[in-house]
Design a protein around this ligand. Structure first.
Ligand SMILES: [Mn+2]
Length: 309
């Protein structure tokens, strides 16, 4: 990528929002004459691939680290632990996000747009409309895919009315049936066919700190959790290896059942009593069953943060 180009990039272990919001926002900036291009920190997952193929869009350039002074627009994250390698010495010119503020500091003032909605792509779609920027059918399709993914077809507690309204409008622009397309996309991504236990344990992995405890939390959303629980021993081994490799004490894996709206939370490392305290339930056989829990951001991170106080 040429040196004067602004890279629009989502978080590590990219999900559909991280890749589609980067593509969407790069298109938005390009339409305004800005030399911006989307990047991605790792290869797209199966769900994202389905969306890219459906709307005939090539995946962004793979950017695993950035040089010092590289101009960056961060989408769908704002925490250093989740950002592309080299971010600390890069120049962050904008942040478009829907997560908590995670403690980064910058050398210069910047444009920040954070809203408590279900998806970064909801924010970006509305920026197109508010500023009368023409949106292509394929960008509409990508932004729609991200909303359906982040809100799990509007079932996640993070979903707002604005996400639903935005998705409905995008579905019209992208000429797809919202429910039908959403189910097909989630199905394409949900399932562990052909994945190693290590790949399952690394799905949508993010780093957090709860008090003094360094932790990683991954999430895999499936139609059938039993096929994941069947390889629990291998997953726990992979999670323990991750703790060692990443220098953290605790690894959690959310096995989220899309249809039943619940999560089996697998726990590796220590302190397990922090997890038990957070959810007021014992960790049994390295697992806590959490009915109604689908959101890491709203239903896992806050109780863990609270329990660590
Ligand atoms: Mn997101």
């Amino acid at each position: 990528m040429s040196a004067d180009k602004i890279i629009v990039i989502g978080h590590k272990s990219p999900d559909t929002d991280s890749i589609c919001s980067a593509l969407g926002y790069a298109a938005y900036k390009q339409a305004q004459g800005v030399n911006a291009e989307a990047g991605m920190t790792a290869e797209p997952n199966k769900e994202t691939m389905f969306a890219l193929e459906k709307f005939g869009v090539v995946a962004p350039e793979l950017v695993t680290s950035v040089p010092a002074k590289q101009k960056l627009i961060l989408v769908d994250h704002n925490e250093e632990g989740q950002a592309v390698d080299g971010m600390r010495d890069a120049e962050i010119v904008e942040i478009i996000d829907h997560h908590r503020l995670g403690g980064i500091s910058t050398a210069s003032p910047l444009f920040v747009h954070i809203e408590p909605v279900g998806c970064t792509s909801t924010i970006i779609a509305n920026m197109f409309w508010k500023n009368d920027v023409k949106m292509s059918t394929s960008v509409a399709g990508l932004l729609l895919s991200a909303i359906l993914s982040d809100t799990v077809l509007f079932k996640s507690p993070t979903c707002t009315q604005q996400d639903k309204d935005t998705a409905a409008k995008l579905a019209e622009e992208a000429c797809v049936d919202l429910k039908e397309y959403g189910m097909a996309m989630l199905k394409a991504g949900a399932g562990i066919d052909g994945m190693t236990p290590e790949q399952v344990a690394d799905t949508d992995l993010k780093a957090f700190e709860f008090g003094t405890v360094k932790a990683i939390i991954s999430q895999i959303s499936v139609m059938d959790p039993q096929e994941v629980l069947d390889i629990k021993a291998d997953l726990l081994a992979a999670m323990k290896a991750n703790c060692q490799a990443k220098g953290v004490e605790l690894a959690l894996l959310m096995v989220t059942d899309i249809m039943n709206e619940s999560t089996h939370l697998l726990v590796a490392g220590e302190p397990q009593d922090l997890v038990a305290k957070a959810f007021a339930k014992p960790v049994e056989d390295s697992c806590v069953y959490l009915p109604g829990v689908m959101s890491r951001k709203k239903q896992i991170v806050p109780p863990m943060t609270e329990a660590a106080k």
